[in-house]
Design a protein around this ligand. Structure first.
Ligand code: ADP
Ligand code: MG
Length: 284
């Protein structure tokens, strides 16, 4: 059984008197336990709507969303679903609900009604997992954007979800902050087996995932590995860029260089080293 099953889902927002905006239509997709999936699409393509449908924040107009076999429309299952799927949002400043980092991370487990020693253990573990232990007693104002997002991730982690959805969680961060957050997320996936659904419009970030799903105007237009980058049309038609290494390689091929089809920076460096005849440059 897939962990998340999205079955022929449609969703519209009311707009004005009798009008509505169709945000998603005919969307069917499964997410397996422990998968690392990137969900990409330009602004307004329906990514956040899909994220909200996954953890039952909104219910589909058509079709069905099942989490671990339970429908998000089943009120009795919702509490459980929200424990299984945690969401980290875009704005690092809107996510802290208390004034001390560790209280904030404890908020989720406290709401689960866990015993104090279990809460303590989870908070310590979560803060350590995101590299923020030394800030346990800090207030949010002392933290950078990347650090605040790492605290938000710790707060979700403390609930021990099976899937973490990051809805453009790096979108407001500077490059260092983005890197911090991505490092934490890839580590949690690799070492803890946590499932990740990373919503992003940075294609270099999407390249970190095992699978990329492209949304365009409320429909899924592609679903595959980063080999998808070899079909530039599906990205350009969806209003998306390709990752820089992929674009540079295409330009070099057009100039007649036999650079191959690298899909990320490491791949590009390997291909370039081969193409330009130097086996080992002896480091950077
Ligand atoms: P994305 O996250 O990819 O930018 P969204 O899921 O936020 O896309 O939005 C999909 C569509 O639904 C857009 O046309 C957007 O304007 C519309 N929409 C999103 N949220 C609301 C809302 N709360 N009320 C009305 N329309 C909305
Ligand atoms: Mg969005």
């Amino acid at each position: 059984m897939p962990f998340v099953e999205i079955k022929n889902v449609g969703y519209s927002y009311p707009s004005g008197d009798d009008d509505y905006i169709e945000a998603l239509s005919g969307v069917s997709v499964n997410i397996e336990r422990g998968e690392f999936v990137a969900l990409v699409g330009c602004n307004g393509s329906g990514k956040s709507t899909l994220a909200r449908l996954c953890n039952g924040l909104i219910l589909p107009d058509d079709g069905e969303v099942l989490v671990d076999g339970n429908s998000t429309a089943d009120k009795n299952a919702l509490y459980d679903i929200r424990k299984k799927i945690g969401v980290v949002f875009q704005n690092p400043d809107n996510q802290m609900v208390t004034t001390i980092v560790e209280d904030d991370v404890a908020f989720g487990p406290e709401n689960l009604g866990l015993p104090p020693e279990e809460i303590r253990a989870r908070v310590d573990w979560a803060l350590q997992s995101v590299g923020m232990s030394e800030y346990a007693q800090s207030g949010p104002f002392r933290l950078s954007g990347g650090q605040k997002q790492r605290v938000a991730i710790a707060g979700v982690l403390a609930i021990k979800p099976e899937l973490m959805i990051l809805d453009e969680a790096t979108g407001m961060l500077d490059p260092d902050g983005r890197r911090e957050v991505l490092d934490v997320v890839t580590k949690l996936h690799r070492d803890e087996g946590m499932g990740v659904l990373m919503i992003t419009h940075f294609m270099e970030e999407a390249a970190l995932a095992d699978r990329i799903i492209i949304l365009n105007k409320g429909k899924i237009v592609a679903d595959g590995t980063k080999e998808l980058f070899n079909n530039p049309e599906v990205f350009t038609q969806a209003g998306l860029d390709l990752p820089l290494p992929v674009r540079v390689a295409a330009k070099l091929r057009a100039r007649g260089f036999d650079i191959g089809y690298p899909l990320d920076i490491d791949g590009f460096v390997d291909c370039a080293a081969r193409a330009f005849g130097k086996k080992d440059g002896g480091g950077a």
